[in-house]
Design a protein around this ligand. Structure first.
Ligand SMILES: [Zn+2]
Ligand SMILES: [Zn+2]
Ligand SMILES: [Zn+2]
Ligand SMILES: [Zn+2]
Ligand SMILES: [Zn+2]
Ligand SMILES: [Zn+2]
Length: 181
């Protein structure tokens, strides 16, 4: 009698277990194919990803020309910006003296005997400055950091995924299996 009752209980128990399992059938997670992890969407599993960031160096793709300080021209080094240079007098050949055919020499009237005379600077044409060749006179140059694109591409290390570039599957919480619905 007691043994019969015991068997009966075991049968009931088995039935419950079967029923319980029946409504909680686990199937392989189709998101991760049962692995429990999926490739990180942020970095594509590469462990680093590129982001566009506004160029911190410029605001419009151009930067002030450092060579000329934005003036567009540079002080002529030949004449120190004066526009004129002291050069040997062409009339007396730089001697300061003018000699008559009879050999008598007088002080050159052209340079007043100074031998040197102020002349417009050859280098800058008397302007005192010359166009900055760094910026071609614009005063600004294309930003070297972003090449005028106004943004920088920065590589960020992805810290959302593991060393293999994978993250835990959100569908199965890493179990690899999900309940069949
Ligand atoms: Zn999964
Ligand atoms: Zn990642
Ligand atoms: Zn310049
Ligand atoms: Zn002279
Ligand atoms: Zn000059
Ligand atoms: Zn820039």
């Amino acid at each position: 009698m007691y043994r019969q009752l015991c068997n009966y209980f075991i049968c009931i128990l088995l039935l419950f277990v079967l029923l319980f399992q029946g409504c909680k059938t686990m199937v392989t997670c189709d998101s991760c194919n049962g692995v429990g992890k999926i490739i990180c969407q942020i970095c594509d599993g590469e462990k680093d990803y590129k982001i566009k960031e506004d160029c911190s160096y410029c605001s419009n793709g151009n930067t002030l020309c450092e060579e000329c300080g934005g003036n567009g021209n540079l002080e002529c080094q030949q004449c120190n910006g004066e526009g004129m240079t002291l050069e040997p007098c062409q009339f007396c050949g730089g001697s300061g003296m003018y000699f008559y055919p009879d050999g008598n020499g007088v002080s050159c009237r052209f340079c007043s005997g100074a031998a040197m005379i102020m002349q417009p600077c050859h280098s800058c044409g008397g302007e005192g400055n010359r166009e900055c060749d760094e910026c071609n006179g614009d005063g600004s140059i294309v930003c070297k950091v972003c090449n005028g694109k106004m943004y920088e591409i920065k590589t960020e290390n992805c810290n959302l995924c593991d060393e293999n570039g994978k993250v835990v599957c959100s569908k199965c919480k890493g179990e690899g299996k999900v309940e069949k619905k």
